[in-house]
Design a protein around this ligand. Sequence first.
Ligand code: 13P
Ligand code: SF4
Length: 367
Amino acid sequence: MLKTGLFEAVQPHLPNSYKQMSDEELIERIRERKRQLGKDLFIPGHHYQKDDVIQFADETGDSLQLAQVSANNQQSSFIVFCGVHFMAETADILTNANQSVILPDLRAGCSMADMADKQQTERAWSHLTDLFGESIIPLTYVNSSADIKAFVGRHGGATVTSSNAKKMLEWAFSQKKRILFLPDQHLGRNTAYDLGIPLDEMVVWNPIKEVIEESEDLSKVKMILWKGHCSVHENFRMDHVNQLREKDPERKILVHPECSWEVTQAADLAGSTRFIIEQVEKAPAGTKWSIGTEMNLVKRLEKTFPEQSITSLNPEMCPCLTMNRIDLPHFSWALDEVFAGRLTNQIKVDEKIALDARRAIERMLHI
Ligand code: 13P
Ligand code: SF4
């Protein structure tokens, strides 16, 4: 069992037999295990998962939806999570003690979540409360470790997702004058700007140098943005936007708010993975899109809506390598382990950490 707080994942060696099986054999094997485990097994799948994995998901969704379906699931003993580590942790925090959450490959982490650890956050809080006193409330994007969620829960704050960030910031500003927003500076900046907060009332906290970067007048600061980002969404740049606007001005640009402020401002629309899917779903045939988010989702949209023209904002495409760690061999192996009664790759958040983290998540789910 992998106990977190500390995410020290060591993925067990995948038996060679799984690597040697054809996709057809693996698919057949997974189908059979799903049938055998029945209601005892629940498979949530994030929109960024590969097609050959997501076809087995009992529920698909963005981070908020997956947190909600995990919280609502009372009957399945085994939750085999097709997504990344922080999502599996959230599922473990929200489910009962007799339910086990399994991540098919422990290397399925999130580079952004790794950009804030507990020690850095404690030190930042100490510096920032010296500077700003009691005027700060912490918010963390769900793309963060259980430790960070617990820190936020202990200090009266909440989690946010890309689909409720605006609402959560409004709530936080009703509590305190300033927000410390972890770990994605872009989601924090994009959302605050949307709420009318000018850029000169936002500063960036650099957790490596332990300083606020480029600040002129600290008294007017409302948003303190943790210097973290998504290594997939940083690959959508202004040169892509400019080239596209010149070449094909009719094409609509639709991006995830983990993209930079410049790209998000230049886009026609920005929102969570669910928002992105909904925009395409409701658009008429012939609509042209250029989408700034993870490759598996863009390709799926392309396939599902052939009557629209869908391309990636970055022609070189941007896969999330950690999401892609969940593949048919690992998934099939994880189900076989469950079937054999072994809780291999279980994600278990330490009780004390889970208690504080749950407070932060539940505040979000209630708002
Ligand atoms: P969503 O909550 O929009 O699904 O985003 C999760 C994520 O990791 C995006 O990179
Ligand atoms: Fe993390 Fe970015 Fe992958 Fe989302 S796309 S899971 S934020 S690395």
